[in-house]
Design a binder for this molecule. Structure first.
Ligand SMILES: [Cu+2]
Length: 157
């Protein structure tokens, strides 16, 4: 076997290993992992309303329903004070200024009446759940959902 071929095989098995790892993670982790806690979150103008405000640390499956009349989203960041988050001039959270390690993820573009689901891995601590949608009305008015109070604090522990 040529050394070139050995390298090719090693590379291929490496890619397969990585793919299996990614698949395992996307599918909900290892077999030994605990079942994710389910949290229902309702979004309305302009509130984020989870059915519980505390879960055990570990996986939490957020089922987010837009029960309002406008498009919303749900962003999860580590933190205990929504007002301490960095904001832009329009009043929305400047997500780029939130440290990467504090960014847990988000569910974007949830249309009225629709739901989206995502599982987050929450270590013990506080999290801010918020909508960072900014509407630009025809008359030029800018409405930041976050600035209107569309956030809540959620705990894991
Ligand atoms: Cu919103």
């Amino acid at each position: 076997m040529s050394s070139k071929r050995i390298v090719a095989i090693a590379f291929a098995s490496c890619v397969l290993g990585a793919a299996a790892f990614v698949y395992g993670t996307a599918a909900g982790g290892s077999v030994s992992a605990k079942r994710a806690a389910k949290v229902k979150v309702r979004l309305i103008e302009f509130q984020v309303k989870p059915n519980v405000d505390f879960v055990a640390e570990g996986k939490a499956k957020l089922v987010v329903k837009n029960a309002g009349t406008e498009k919303h989203e749900l962003v999860v960041v580590r933190g205990d004070d929504p007002k301490a988050l960095p904001t832009k001039a329009d009043g929305s959270v400047d997500e780029k200024k939130v440290p990467k390690t504090d960014q847990l993820g988000e569910l974007e573009d949830i249309k009225p009446g629709k739901s989206k689901t995502k599982t987050f891995k929450l270590s013990a601590g506080s999290y801010v759940l918020f909508c960072n949608t900014v509407d630009k009305e025809k008359d030029g008015t800018v409405v930041s959902h976050f600035a209107r109070g569309m956030y809540t604090v959620f705990e894991a522990g």
